[in-house]
Ligand binder design. Structure first.
Ligand SMILES: [Zn+2]
Length: 168
């Protein structure tokens, strides 16, 4: 009746005022941007992977290979949309999402509320079922050196026949 899944993603950071910094579909004002084949929305990638993981359907690299020009600069909402479709086809609903963003820069905390709201719209899930946490690595490693950021995500799915109306 329940399925749990985790997703992890990392992207390199660059200074690029011409490229938007997108996190969970929300554009953060920053001179920094994430490097990636698509729009590099690392949070949507990690959540997408956690949904695929819960269903044991592989990872987003299998569905959206970064060698395929089709996905270049693509809006990552389309990746997540595809994963939600796969979930629905198998008769499951999202219960909740919990994600942790590891970043030294830009500071994520001021945007947590907006990111949750954006995710709530993309996932069609009430905001109290969406958790966004942020932490640094205390200046250690590649995240501490501001070379990149990481996201860990966990989702819980429930089979439609066990869906409690209040959970949506
Ligand atoms: Zn990614």
């Amino acid at each position: 009746m329940f399925r749990i899944g985790n997703g992890i993603d990392f992207h390199r950071l660059e200074v690029n005022p011409n490229r938007p910094f997108v996190l969970g579909g929300y554009v953060i004002e920053s001179e920094l941007a994430l490097v990636g084949h698509s729009d590099a929305d690392i949070l949507l990638h990690a959540i997408s992977d956690s949904i695929l993981g819960a269903l044991a359907l592989g990872d987003i690299g299998e569905y959206f290979p970064d060698t395929d020009l089709k996905w270049k600069n693509m809006n990552s909402k389309k990746i997540l949309q595809k994963c939600l479709e796969l979930m629905e086809q198998r008769g499951f609903h999202l219960v909740n999402v919990d994600s942790t963003i590891l970043a030294e820069r830009p500071k994520i905390s001021p945007y947590k509320a907006q990111i949750r709201l954006s995710l709530s719209q993309i996932l069609n899930l009430s905001i109290e079922n969406i958790s966004i946490k942020a932490t640094t690595t205390e200046k250690m490693g590649f995240i501490g050196r501001e070379e990149g950021i990481g996201v860990f995500s966990t989702v819980l799915l429930v089979a439609n026949e066990f869906l409690i109306p209040q959970s949506r």
